[in-house]
Design a protein around this ligand. Structure first.
Ligand SMILES: CC(C)=CCC/C(C)=C(\C)COP(=O)(O)OP(=O)(O)O
Ligand SMILES: [Mg+2]
Length: 411
C-alpha cells in the first residue's frame, strides 16, 4: 500500500485565546443540560454533515442494559448488517450503545491493515495471525471514528492502534514481554515517534535500529503516515501522550518486578498513564480537522480527556478481568487491586470497580458538558464529540470482542 494523499487539515476556529481557561464547575451541569445535549447531538453547523456517516441523526441514549443497535441509514452506502453484535455488556455498566460500524469501511480497513502488517512492517509470524484477526482492529477503529472523512484517515488510527498493541505485547506482556529491561526497550522504541537528533556518526545506527524488531518497525511506519496528516502540534500532542503511556508501562513493570500491589488510588494513577488516552486524542487528526494547541491545553479540556481516558481504560480492566485472572502470575487490574487492598471478595471488588467506572463516566460527561457550554467553539465541540464517540466505540469493541474477552459469572 502506498502512502495516502491528504488535503491539509481545515479548522474553522475563531481566536482561540478568547476561550482559554474557560471553566464551569461540573456540579452546575450534573443533569443533562444544553451543553450535554449539544455534545450528545454533536455539532450541526456548516461542514459537519459528514460527522455521522453511519448513524441516524438521533442522539444516542445512555444505557445500563443491553439495547439493540440502531440500524444506520445512508443513501450512499449498502445497509449495514442488522445482525446484533456478539457479547453482552457488563450488567450495571454505564455506557452508550453504538450502531454497528459501517461494514464497507470495516472491510476496507481490515484489508488495508493486514497488508500494512504483513507487507510493510513484517509485524508478526504466521502463527499469530488468528490473534491478529481476532483483535478486530478495523471494527474497533470504524466504531470509534465515525466522522473520519476517508478510509485513509481511519488507517492512521488503525496503524497506531496495532503498533501500540505490538509494543505492549512484545515488550511488556503476552508475546515475550517482561518488566526486565523494559525501560531501555521503551525508550529506544519511543525514538521511532520522537526522533533522535545526533551526530552524523551515530545517526545511521539509530535509523537502522528502527527496523530491528516488529514494535519499532510498526511505530516508525505508523508515525510516518500520521505525520502526513497531523499538524506539528497534533504530532507533538501525540508524542506527549505516548510518553505518558510509556511511563505508565514502566510503573506497572516496576510493581510487577517487586510483586507490589499498590493502593487503589495508586493503581488508578498508574492506569491514568498506562491508558488508552493516545487513541481518543487523535480524533481530530483522524477527523481531518484540528483542535488548536491552546484549546487542547486548557485545564478543563485536559480534565475531560483524562476522565475519558480513565473510563475507557477501566472498561478494559472489567472486560479483560477473566483473561487476566487466567494468565500466569498476578496481573493487576482494578477489581484485583480493590480485592487485595480493601479486603473485598472477588465479586464485591468487581462490582465496586464497575461503580468507579460509572463515576468516571458521569464526571467525564458533566465536565465535557460544562466545557462545551463555556467554550462553544466549533472545533472544541467537535473534539468533545469525537472523544465521547471514541469512549462509546471502545465500549462497543470490548463488549463485542468475544474472541478476546469473556465476562465473569457474578450475576
Ligand atoms: C492502544 C493503547 C494506547 C493501549 C495502551 C494501554 C493498553 C495496552 C491498554 C489500556 C489495554 O490494557 P491491557 O494491557 O490490560 O489490554 P488487554 O486487557 O490485554 O486487552
Ligand atoms: Mg486488561
Amino acid at each position: 500500500m502506498s502512502a495516502p494523499e491528504f488535503s491539509p487539515p481545515s479548522s474553522t476556529l475563531p481566536a482561540a485565546t478568547a476561550h482559554a481557561g474557560a471553566h464551569v464547575p461540573a456540579a452546575e451541569v450534573r443533569t443533562p443540560g444544553a451543553g450535554l445535549r449539544q455534545i450528545l447531538r454533536g455539532p450541526s453547523g456548516l461542514g459537519t454533515a459528514g460527522l455521522y456517516p453511519a448513524r441516524n441523526d438521533k442522539p444516542p441514549t445512555p444505557s445500563m442494559a443491553p439495547t439493540p443497535p440502531t440500524p444506520p441509514t445512508s443513501p450512499t452506502r449498502p445497509e449495514p448488517s442488522s445482525a446484533p453484535a456478539e457479547g453482552n455488556p457488563i450488567p450495571g455498566l454505564y455506557h452508550h450503545p453504538v450502531p454497528e460500524p459501517d461494514p464497507v469501511r470495516v472491510d476496507a480497513v481490515s484489508r488495508g491493515i493486514k497488508a500494512w502488517a504483513l507487507e510493510e512492517v513484517d509485524l508478526y509470524p504466521e502463527d499469530w495471525e488468528e490473534e491478529f484477526d481476532g483483535f478486530s482492529v478495523a471494527r474497533y477503529m470504524v466504531a470509534c471514528h465515525p466522522d473520519a472523512p476517508t478510509v485513509d484517515h481511519l488507517m492512521l488510527a488503525a496503524r497506531l492502534m496495532v503498533a501500540e498493541n505490538a509494543v505492549d505485547d512484545c515488550y511488556c506482556e503476552d508475546h515475550g514481554g517482561s518488566p526486565v529491561g523494559l525501560g531501555g526497550r521503551l525508550l529506544l522504541a519511543h525514538t521511532a515517534l520522537d526522533p533522535l537528533h545526533t551526530t552524523r556518526e551515530y545517526q545511521p545506527r539509530w535509523a537502522e535500529s528502527l527496523h530491528a524488531d516488529a514494535p519499532r518497525r510498526a511505530y516508525r511506519s505508523a508515525m510516518e503516515y500520521f505525520l502526513q496528516q497531523a499538524s506539528p502540534s497534533q504530532a507533538d500532542r501525540f508524542r506527549h501522550d505516548m510518553s505518558r503511556l510509556h511511563m505508565g508501562y514502566l510503573a506497572e513493570a516496576a510493581w510487577a518486578q517487586t510483586d507490589h500491589v499498590p493502593e487503589v488510588w495508586e493503581y488508578l494513577a498508574m492506569r491514568q498513564f498506562n491508558n488508552f488516552r493516545p487513541c481518543p486524542t487523535i480524533t481530530d487528526t483522524v477527523g481531518g480537522y484540528e483542535l488548536p494547541a491552546d484549546l487542547h491545553a486548557q485545564p478543563a479540556m485536559q480534565r475531560v480527556i483524562a476522565l475519558a481516558g480513565n473510563a475507557t481504560t477501566i472498561v478494559n480492566d472489567l472486560y479483560s478481568y477473566t483473561k487476566e485472572l487466567a494468565a500466569p502470575g498476578r496481573h493487576l487490574n482494578l477489581p484485583v487491586v480493590i480485592a487485595e487492598r480493601e479486603g473485598a471478595d472477588e465479586r464485591a471488588a468487581y462490582l465496586k470497580a464497575v461503580e468507579v467506572h460509572n463515576d468516571l463516566m458521569r464526571d467525564f460527561e458533566a465536565e465535557a458538558a460544562a466545557l462545551a457550554a463555556a467554550c462553544p467553539v466549533p472545533s472544541v465541540l467537535r473534539f468533545l464529540r469525537g472523544v465521547a464517540v471514541w469512549v462509546d466505540g471502545n465500549h462497543y469493541w470490548h463488549q463485542t470482542n468475544t474472541y478476546r474477552y469473556s465476562l465473569p459469572d457474578f450475576w
